[in-house]
Ligand binder design. Structure first.
Ligand SMILES: C[S@@+](CC[C@H](N)C(=O)[O-])C[C@H]1O[C@@H](n2cnc3c(N)ncnc32)[C@H](O)[C@@H]1O
Length: 186
């Protein structure tokens, strides 16, 4: 299975940290970034980086992961898909169906699936989809909704998204936690 991240807009530090995490999750050789208009070299360290949009590459057997899709991704689906495509879109709260608006609407011939209706960060969506591609059913994946990270003494930041539970903890990269702690503004 190849995992594709269709990037949108500027490539912020937060994106780069998530993309590095995704590369660790699926392996650099299985990861492609599309619609990369800047920082192509930085992204090339984590996977193949292309400036074209996935919508213009005419790749076969594509499935777009979109919370607004009406079907849940299942292991048997993944036997027919070669590419799972995700939006390189930072979470917005409340969610505004941006995957549908920016990505799915442009992928006329692609199938779509969801990973539940709750919004996950892209790295967590990739991780959940990989578990399913490897045979796990969505219903058997454990999630944690809304997490709180202590950033300074007496100060925490809430992330109102869904995370996959791994060994009792939400899946979040150490680099992202460090980034949140060092950020001057919350
Ligand atoms: C942070 S989410 C952005 C979601 C966006 N706010 C929306 O409402 O569509 C980043 C990407 O992860 C994937 N994703 C996150 N949660 C998902 C879910 N529940 N089902 C399917 N894909 C999901 C999608 O590919 C999405 O574009």
């Amino acid at each position: 299975m190849k995992y594709v991240i269709e990037h949108f807009g500027k490539a912020f530090k937060w994106h780069l940290i998530e993309y590095e995490h995704i590369s660790k999750i699926v392996g650099k050789e299985n990861l492609m970034f599309t619609n990369v208009k800047e920082k192509k070299e930085a992204l090339s360290a984590f996977g193949e980086a292309r400036k074209e949009s996935i919508a213009d590459l005419n790749l076969p057997d594509i499935c777009v992961l979109d919370p607004a899709s009406d079907r849940i991704l299942a292991p048997e689906d993944c036997k027919h898909f070669k590419y799972l495509v995700f939006g390189g879109i930072l979470g917005d709260y409340p969610p505004r169906k941006r995957t549908k608006e920016l990505l799915t609407s442009r992928m006329k011939n692609a199938e779509t699936r969801n990973l539940g209706k709750e919004q996950m960060p892209t790295d967590n969506a990739v991780y959940a989809a990989k578990l399913i591609a490897e045979g796990k059913r969505f219903e058997d994946i454990k999630f944690i909704d809304t997490i709180e990270i202590d950033v300074q003494k007496g100060l925490s930041v809430q992330l109102p998204f869904r995370y996959v539970e791994v060994k009792g903890k939400p899946l979040i990269s150490e680099k992202l936690v460090e980034f949140l702690k060092k950020r001057k503004t919350i």
